[in-house]
Design a binder for this molecule. Sequence first.
Ligand code: PLP
Ligand code: TYF
Length: 395
Amino acid sequence: QFSTLTALPPDALLGLMAAYREDPRDDKFDLGVGVYRNEAGETPVMSAVAKAEERILKTQTTKVYEGPRGNTDYCAAIENFVFGEGAAAVKEGRTLSFTAPGGCGALFLGTGLMKRMGVKKVWVSNPTWPNHPNVVKFTGLDVAEYAYADPETGELDLDAMLTDIAKAERGDGLIIQGPCHNPTGIDLTVEDWRKVGALVKERGLIAMLDVAYHGFANGLDEDVAGVRAFIETAGEALISYSCSKNFGLYRERAGCFMAVGESAEGIAAAATHVASLARASYSMPPAHGAAIVATILGDAELRAEWEAELTQMRERMISLRKSLAEQLVSKTGSNRLGAVAHQNGMFSQLPLSKDAIAAMREKSGLYMPNSGRINIAGLNTKDIPAIAEIIAKDA
Ligand code: PLP
Ligand code: TYF
């Protein structure tokens, strides 16, 4: 019966990873898939994570299901991250949180909840992470795009963004990325978040804020200031949170789905729907990654160790950005690619043609997806001059 299926095209990013691995050249550079790397090109287990795991192994007594919300200490810790310690909404029971299988699992719960709320269409930024439209369509909802950044200047086009969001119909859904927009690295300022929040409220839209790189832009508090400003003005939001990047827990699938609303009754009803979406799909969330995060955030020493390592990772990316941008500006003799210096997090999107990107891969062994997105953490100090040279030649 399987012959009734037509094979789907392979995932472009996974294909690029395979092509890189098979490239026999010694001088090759991988700026493809979005995982953090250190100067040696490795993605090690963070030291606080390793210590937390040891502790968990020594103290755990059972593997029995935790329940549909998963690890409730973890949920509370992530709520504190997003809403702030002692937030009124949490005290008043106007929030909900579920441990989810990764940030993507949280996005899945969020689009599912949107559907239960009568949403038919979900607006995503142009460009965005391809899995956003993917999850929206899988849920059976239509996708629309709002303008986001100007590829030529590498800056946010807030007016165009607001103009498009204003076209949404009452009850439409919207996904907005938190810090470190994937793929552009271009973020909203706190003031921008307020404006978008006010418009979302005025138009009666249902927004999901996707926080997948908390701590990668400017700091743990700084990076959620915009999200909190949005919640303040809009009054309601769904939030998907991922610990894949900031705790380096990729394969453990540690995410959290949250919502905040204006009434405790509404949120209590929403929680029953989130539980039913979880039950019908993966039933119970994975425990290990969430236990690691709860152990770290519940222990002052481990937390300080994690924060220090996260700071190191962030500072490394900021310094790589500055250095790449300097080299690009000097080698192209133009400021066109200079915005890379002040964009945020792991990605920037270079305004390069598909032909130029193919030429860089074939002639020079520089791998990036056709979108022109580069993984900043895939750079290292030693290779930056060579990489800037290759890009400048074809830019
Ligand atoms: N949202 C964005 C924008 C991402 O880039 C990612 C990245 O991997 C995720 C969500 C979720 O990741 P994960 O499901 O691995 O936690
Ligand atoms: O955008 C990225 O590269 C990361 C990793 O289906 C990723 O977010 C890529 C593709 C995918 C899941 C994760």
